[in-house]
Design a protein around this ligand. Structure first.
Ligand SMILES: Cc1cc2nc3c(=O)[nH]c(=O)nc-3n(C[C@H](O)[C@H](O)[C@H](O)COP(=O)(O)OP(=O)(O)OC[C@H]3O[C@@H](n4cnc5c(N)ncnc54)[C@H](O)[C@@H]3O)c2cc1C
Length: 530
């Protein structure tokens, strides 16, 4: 069977905001784009974003204030150029999204702007409380209609094909990718002049996450294997309050619940007392990382599975008006939030680090780009400012597209077919499920919100064992999506632990009991493949 797909100008991996923006910009410029995505096209973090997108559009606002807020949140580690570039391009990014058909909430003739934690001004453009869905749907419709974009749903990136891997002389170049077609269960060869990784985050490396199932760090792992540097992987943002229930995977309880007077309590079995005032003078209104750390501390101290967010002092009418989605979701699970406290845990929410790119979103490997949550541009430093991530997706996707559009066309290289000598199916699928479970649990326990040298060492030891086991599986058996995702998660876990071990200080989202102080001269933690 011929597994070679006809060559494309550009291969875009991922159909979230970053991938769709790149694909549309290139297709509008006349390039032939293949868009591969591992599930259906609307699956990813973008559609889940509730809050909005930051941009300087208000009368009292200016770029300097948005930049200053970004630096403040980033704990002194934001790249100055990336920050300025992103902030200055934000208004134009919003106009571009509107031109694609995104209907943001209006106030009269102007866009309605809200304010979020860490922002000194009202500058959050939004579509009610379903901004991500509005953006995803509008761009998806555009991209589906575009004749220059060919869609490959249920196609998963396995690995990048580079000149170095093929033993060719000269600087390393990306020539395309091996892609698992889940419908035919075959690995296909995609050749392209440029390849863009837009595979989103890696929240699934932790037991609790707000991320969708697609967030398995595939782009970071593939780029690392292809020879790219990665940076700042230790900075994982944890959202303090994710609903804790066996049937509620990844459901966020908005910070606005605490804003409206919700208090955090221990479970009844541990006394039921309110604990935040003992941790911070701002109590429940302290910043995200402070609240997440306090919850983690109390859960570990009392050996409990969750804590409770109590908003029962508000009336049912008030809660219905302010939190209809949260009320409905909890009610489905038998929790009446007007009568009962909500069980919550902190959960991995956003990866600030990723594949290192320059200001054209180009990686260390020629012809390979990374955009969106997969990339490290330097914008987020040690902690992400709310609503800067969707913005970064658009800005860097546009920069990548502009750079790729200038590349000279080339005849595509002839690439070898996937080595299919692994003919047997894995006899023990249970091993994959077990390893996946084990990884996510020890990452949560040892590499979560509060870290120590000892815990990181323990995690590194277990990762090494898993790595070996997964490699044996990978080398011997037919590849499946579960196996590939686990292989990537183990790789990403390793990178997070290595980065955390490099950082001998506490800063932003990285908190170590062994190094509780911030260092004088902070640097990004950059890892290079051997
Ligand atoms: C609950 C929630 C709320 C949020 N709220 C906000 C907010 O209000 N404002 C804000 O700025 N940010 C917010 N964020 C963060 C923001 O949504 C994400 O950072 C952003 O959407 C990432 O976009 P992306 O295009 O990089 O990735 P995604 O939207 O996650 O898309 C990744 C795509 O890659 C595909 N993919 C992954 N691996 C492979 C592979 N191996 N092969 C093929 N395809 C693959 C996936 O299927 C998916 O299509 C929120 C995140 C979450 C989880």
């Amino acid at each position: 069977m011929n597994t070679h797909v006809d060559p494309f100008d550009v291969l875009v991996v991922g159909s979230g905001l970053a991938g769709l923006t790149t694909a549309l910009e290139l297709a509008n410029g006349g390039r032939r784009v293949a868009l591969i995505t591992k599930r259906s096209a609307d699956t990813g973090a973008t559609a889940w974003a509730q809050g909005g997108i930051a941009a300087v559009l208000g009368a009292n606002d200016d770029f300097a204030q948005h930049e200053a807020d970004t630096h403040q949140a980033g704990g002194g580690l934001c790249d100055a150029h990336a920050t300025r570039l992103t902030v200055e391009r934000a208004p134009q990014a919003i106009r571009w999204l509107q031109a694609q058909g995104v209907a943001f909430s209006q106030e009269g003739q102007a866009l309605h702007l809200t304010r979020e934690g860490g922002h000194s001004q009202r500058r959050i453009v939004h579509a009610a409380d379903f901004t991500g869905r509005a953006v995803q749907e509008a761009l998806l419709q555009r991209a589906r209609e575009h004749s220059a974009i060919e869609w490959f749903e249920h196609h998963m990136l396995v690995d990048l094909i580079t000149s170095q891997r093929l033993g060719a002389p000269g600087p390393n170049r990306c020539l395309g990718a091996y892609v698992l077609n889940e419908a035919t269960d075959t690995v296909q060869v995609f050749a392209a002049r440029a390849t863009v990784l837009a595979t989103g985050g890696a929240g699934k490396v932790y037991l609790y996450t707000t991320n969708p199932d697609t967030a398995t760090g595939d782009g970071v792992a593939a780029a690392w294997r292809a020879g790219c540097r990665v940076a700042n992987m230790e900075f994982v943002q944890f959202h303090p309050t994710c609903l804790f229930h066996p049937h509620a995977k990844s459901f966020l309880i908005s910070e606005a619940v605490r804003g409206e007077g919700g208090v955090l309590r221990l479970p009844e079995s541990a006394g039921g007392t309110r604990f935040m005032p003992a941790h911070d003078a701002r109590a429940e209104l302290a910043p995200r990382d402070v609240v997440a750390r306090a919850i983690d501390f109390e859960m570990k101290r009392h050996g409990v599975d969750c804590v409770y967010l109590d908003i029962t002092h508000q009336s049912a009418t008030f809660l219905q008006h302010h939190f209809p989605t949260i009320r409905a979701r909890c009610a489905e699970l038998g929790i009446d939030i007007a009568q009962q406290p909500i069980p919550v845990v902190p959960a991995a929410h956003y990866s600030c680090g990723g594949v290192m790119v320059n200001h054209q979103a180009a990686t260390d490997v020629a012809g390979l780009y990374a955009v969106g949550e997969t990339a490290y541009t330097g914008l987020h430093g040690a902690n992400r400012l709310a609503s800067n991530s969707l913005l970064e997706c658009v800005v860097y996707a546009q920069l990548a597209a502009a750079h790729i559009a200038q590349l000279e066309p080339e005849a595509s290289a002839s690439l070898p077919a996937w080595d299919d000598s692994r003919v047997t199916d894995a006899d023990e699928q249970v091993v994959i499920a077990h390893n996946w479970e084990e990884l996510r649990r020890f990452m949560w326990d040892y590499v979560g919100i509060v870290r120590t040298n000892k815990r990181l060492e323990r995690a590194a030891h277990r990762i090494a064992l898993l790595h070996q086991e997964i490699q044996e599986f990978y080398a011997s058996f037919h590849v499946t999506r579960d196996l590939l995702e686990l292989r990537n998660l183990v790789q990403v876990a390793d990178l997070i632990v290595q980065s955390a071990q490099q950082r001998h200080e506490s800063r932003g989202l990285h908190f170590s009991l062994d190094y509780p102080q911030a260092a004088a001269n902070p640097q990004p933690s950059v890892l290079r493949p051997a």
